[in-house]
Design a protein around this ligand. Structure first.
Ligand SMILES: *Cc1c(COP(=O)(O)O)cnc(C)c1O
Length: 397
């Protein structure tokens, strides 16, 4: 997945344009810029890549999720439904707004289970946030219909899935508002950066103003400096955007390499009858950033994971024991360990988390092995890796 593996001349050229004129800020200073507007160019490029009307760059993926929710009007006391398997940023971004994360089970897609979402809806539910984990996706038609029937905002975190599609539409552009991260380990990187993507003009204008102190600078670039509403600073810097501009142009090349490497590994594992693969919904095409497969049970998966580690098969994980991505080890969340006071509604919801039944999520995450697909592997390396993986799994079985 990481774009940083293929990093060089193109990135350096874009960054040098910015260093030449010295304007590290994305807004203003028109006279000094020598025509370079890297953040704006990257936004335009992303609207094409993501087949969407509007893109607002921000400082990180976490910022993108928070800005997206805020732009859609999610705030204090609102419940936001999210999956048990994601990155910690999901609940952080919700809680930053005083909104309450409601965690629900995933299914064999390793993303939100539409039935679990439906069961979690209350009168306080405002939004459903799907997270397209590890390069694949949820059943988006089913989630869309749950959101429409219940009049909920549909948010899509596609931080790990750029380049994937559902029924021909790029992931991240399918829900009402989408989010991307370009942190150092994502498929394309800015160093640090993120994007909010939408076809909804109001959400876009909100995201633009909110991510820059509430300034109304659309069209005249801060000229008027009025403040229609409150905002914060989630701006991306021009230097970061310059890196992203070089990387986004290479996305098709990255996805091709991922697909080639993924296919070699998958075709080897398919020979083992006990190995099954994550369900990709009808009409879905993964970004091939990860290969996810299931073993018959948790015990086997843990043994395979340990044997991979011992034998030098790196970048493969079982998330059951992982404290970044899966609810079981999110003690700081379950214990509401906040530096500052949280609302009563928030602490009350968090205190229920450790008693909730997430056995369906445990079932899928427990048996899963998730392998990152690297861009820098040679064909020989991938083939050797595939052989090694098959041998290890056969030995454990
Ligand atoms: C990386 C990631 C984020 C957060 O992105 P940052 O840029 O690191 O803040 C959010 N959601 C998911 C699913 C991610 O993988």
């Amino acid at each position: 997945m990481p774009g940083f593996e293929l990093f060089g001349e193109l990135e350096r050229k874009e960054v040098n344009d910015v260093l030449d004129n010295g304007v590290l800020m994305r807004y203003g200073f028109d006279g000094m810029r020598k025509g370079h507007w890297k953040a704006k160019e990257l936004e335009t490029e992303l609207t094409k890549t993501l087949d969407s009307k509007y893109v607002q760059l921000v400082s990180s993926g976490t910022a993108a999720v928070s800005v997206a929710l805020a732009s859609a009007g999610v705030g204090a006391g609102d419940e936001v439904i999210m999956p048990t398997f994601t990155f910690v940023a999901s609940f952080e971004a919700i809680m930053m707004l005083g909104a309450i994360p409601i965690l629900v089970d995933i299914d064999d897609t390793l993303t939100l289970d539409p039935k679990a979402v439906e069961a979690a809806i209350t009168s306080k539910t405002k939004a459903v946030m799907v997270v397209q984990m590890c390069g694949s996706m949820a059943n988006m038609d089913a989630l869309r219909s749950v959101c429409d029937i219940n009049n909920l905002i549909f948010v899509e975190d596609a931080c790990q899935a750029i380049g994937g599609t559902y029924k021909g539409q790029p992931l991240g552009s399918i829900a009402d508002i989408g989010c991307f991260s370009f942190d150092f380990v994502k498929t394309i990187t800015c160093g640090e950066g993120g994007a909010v993507v939408t076809n909804n003009k109001t959400y876009y204008i909100n995201a633009d103003h909110y991510s820059d102190h509430g300034h109304d600078h659309l069209g005249n670039d801060r000229g008027a400096e009025t403040h229609p509403f409150l905002g914060y600073n989630f701006r991306i810097s021009e230097l970061n955007a310059a890196v992203g501009l070089a990387q986004v142009k290479r996305l098709p090349e990255f996805i091709n390499i991922q697909k080639k490497n993924y296919t070699i590994l998958r075709e080897a594992l398919v020979q083992i009858p006990e190995v099954t693969f994550r369900t990709v919904p009808d009409g879905g095409e993964e970004s091939y950033a990860f290969l996810n497969f299931f073993l018959p049970d948790l015990e086997t998966a843990l043994k395979v994971s340990a044997a991979f580690k011992e034998n030098g098969v790196d970048v493969c994980w079982n998330y059951y024991e992982n404290n970044w991505h899966y609810i079981r080890k999110w003690e700081h969340l379950k214990d509401a360990k906040s530096l500052y006071p949280l609302s009563e509604a928030m602490t009350s919801e968090l205190s229920k988390l450790s008693k909730r039944d997430f056995s369906q999520s445990d079932y899928w995450i427990g048996r899963n092995i998730s392998c990152l697909i690297k861009l820098s592997w040679t064909e020989e390396e991938v083939k050797n890796r595939a052989e090694k993986m098959v041998k290890i799994i056969r030995e454990v079985l």
